[in-house]
Every structure is written in C-alpha cells, then in structure tokens.
Design a protein around this ligand. Structure first.
Ligand code: IPM
Ligand code: MG
Length: 358
C-alpha cells in the first residue's frame, strides 16, 4: 500500500443524504484541526452522488464527480439511499474493504454482549467489494410460473485470490489467524477455501481457518475474541460487519476504507443514511471520523491518526455520548455539534494511541 507523507492533501467530500452531510462536515472540521496541528494542508472539493446528484445533475453517478475524485488523495463519503455508491466502488476498483472492529474500554457496557466477552476485542473484516452478488447478472423476468427477479453470485477465481492476498498480509501483520467466510455446502462452485489456502503458501505464520458463514455469524455473537482477520465476499462481509456494530456498542462508531491496488481509497462509515435521525443534529460522527483515521493511516500520517483516536478515547472516558451510545444516567448526552467542539479541545492535548490494526 502506498503511504506518502506530503505537505498537502486534496480530498473530495461526498456528503450524500440523510445524516451523511452532518457526519462529513463534523469529520472535516476535525481533520482540518488535526492538519493544522500536524503541519500539513488539506483542501476539500465537494462532489455529488446518489439522490442529490440525480436531482441536480440528472444522474446518480455524474462524470463531474468521477473527474474530481480522479485527482484526489482520498474520498470522504457520507451516505446515500440508493444509486451511485456501487458504481463509484466499481469505477475505481475499490476491491479491498477494510472494516476494523475494536472496542473502547469506556464503552464495554454499551456492547450487546457482556463486557468480558468484548474486552480488548480487535478484529478486522476484509470484505471483497466490487464483485459477487452485488455485481452479478440481475434483472426481472416473467415465465409461465409468473414474474420473478434474480441476482446472481459470480466470482472469478482471480478476484478471490487478490482479496485473499490482502487478507493474508493483514493477518501476517496482526495475530496470524485468518478466518474465511464461505458457504461451500450450498454454493460449491465458488471455492473460497481452496483458493485462499493456495494463496496462503506464500504467507508464513498465517493459519487459515475456513468457516461456514452461518456458523461464523453465530460465533461472532458467542465468542468474538476468537477472531483476528475475517475474510468475506461482498454480501457476507456486508452482513457480518453490522454484527460488529452491536459488539462495539453502536453501528455509528465504525468506519471503513475501500482501496484499490494503488492504495487510492474511499473512506466511509459502515452505517447508512439513518433517516430516522437525519437533520436532528444528533448523529454520531465517529463512524465517518474513524474512516478518516484510516485515510490518515493510509497516507502515513500516523501521528494525526493517533491524535484523533486518543482525543476520541479521552472524550468517551469522560462520559460524553451521542444519543446512540447513551446508556447510563451519569453519562453526558450531547449532540453532534457539542461532541465535535469537545473533540476539537481534546485534540490539542498530545497523547500517543494505538493505531487501528488494518
Ligand atoms: C455498507 C452498506 C452498503 C453495502 C449499501 C449502502 C449499498 O450497507 O457499506 O455496508 O451494502 O455495501
Ligand atoms: Mg452494510
């Protein structure tokens, strides 16, 4: 992966819809502050995608946005309801989707599991992002039995092999355990296990452990600490990663990086537009912010990344919570704007933190 310390970076922000604009704005404010503190410049261009783009430009995936992104160092994405996102992922061949799931000590009681079950939880879901069920032949038709719809799951062996190599490398640099999600008892023609095992011969000290995805989902809620890196295809990875939200306490906490072979990336929270709270100013900005942390790590701006992680940890330690995380009376419920202001204050206090293990 490229990591390049530069004096100036250009971002394209795609706020999208729902809470997207709120969490992107919050994250950019924090990024700007951290850039000032660490001595690099950040320029931001805004791009349209999805419903907003359809309204204003007549297409959910406008060429203007692609052109902007082409020259950027990273894309910070909010959320869209429908249209544009899958095209964007495919256009730039963002086949690597990294979803780190790590619990914060102050939020253990917020988890769906007992605190001891998620203590020090640190796992990484590596999700294939530009193939599989999301991108196979699809449509609607009619035959003698009636109307029907279909989506087909299609994977080239080479698509599995290339994401396998990424996951193997991640596992090698972490705790050396790679669990492969598959469903070969029902879908035998897509042999994840065999292909990953073949690639694994080039990676010393990694144990590959295939697991049927239904069992894996159960294991994730029974004993998530057994996992290190989980490799999954597009659809399974989507489903499994939401379990991560329950484990850490809120889906609103999790960010992801979607990268191509060149290390160029799209950074987004794993949550969606959250229409129920959109416009209320109470969204948790940490999902998008943690995606931005991954962007900083990808750029090699590790000190900036650590600053944000540490500031966030301290704020949570002090008991500040957006409503999605609020559980106890003694915790202080704050809205997005206040949370961001408090984070800005914390940021200036320098403290080392452990980087996200991607
Ligand atoms: C995610 C989201 C998307 C996905 C949706 C919005 C298409 O759920 O990134 O997890 O399924 O990939
Ligand atoms: Mg999802």
């Amino acid at each position: 992966m490229v990591s390049s310390n530069k004096s100036s970076y250009g971002i394209v922000a795609i706020p999208g819809e729902g809470i997207g604009p709120e969490v992107v704005e919050a994250s950019l404010t924090i990024l700007q502050q951290v850039a000032n503190l660490e001595g690099f410049a950040l320029t931001v261009d805004y791009g349209l995608l999805g419903g907003v783009a359809l309204e204003q430009l007549g297409t959910a995936f406008p060429p203007e946005t692609i052109n902007l992104c082409q020259n950027a160092d990273g894309i910070v994405f909010g959320a869209v309801n429908q249209g544009g996102l899958l095209e964007l992922r495919q256009h730039f061949d963002f086949f690597i989707n990294l979803r780190p799931i790590r619990t914060d000590q102050s939020l253990l009681h917020t988890s769906s599991l007992r605190p001891e079950k998620v203590q020090d939880l640190d796992l990484l879901i590596v999700r294939e992002l530009v193939s599989g069920l999301y991108f196979g032949a699809a449509g609607r038709g009619t035959d003698e039995k009636g109307e029907y719809g279909y989506h087909t799951k299609h994977y080239y062996d080479r698509e599995i092999r290339r994401i396998a190599r990424v996951a193997l490398e991640k596992a090698q640099h972490r705790r050396g355990l790679l669990t492969v999600a598959h469903k070969e008892n029902a879908l035998p023609h897509i042999p994840w296990t065999k292909l990953v095992q073949e690639e694994a011969v080039n990676y010393d000290n990694v144990t590959v452990s295939p697991m049927l995805v239904d069992n894996l989902a159960m294991q994730l809620v029974l004993n998530p600490q057994q996992f290190d890196v989980i490799l999954a295809g597009n659809m399974f990875g989507d489903i499994l990663s939401d379990i991560g939200g329950a484990l850490v306490g809120s889906l609103g906490l999790l960010g992801s990086a979607s990268l191509n072979e060149q290390g160029f990336g799209l950074y987004e929270a794993i949550h969606g537009t959250a229409p129920d709270i959109a416009g209320k100013g109470i969204a948790n900005p940490l999902g998008t912010l943690n995606a931005c942390v991954l962007m900083l790590q990808q750029w090699g701006e590790n000190k900036a990344a650590q600053r944000i992680l540490k500031a966030q940890q301290r704020l949570l330690e002090k008991g500040y919570r957006t409503p999605d995380l609020h559980r106890k009376q003694e915790e202080i419920k704050v809205n997005t704007a206040t949370f961001v202001d408090l984070l800005l204050e914390e940021l200036s206090l320098e403290q080392p933190a452990k980087l996200l293990g991607v």
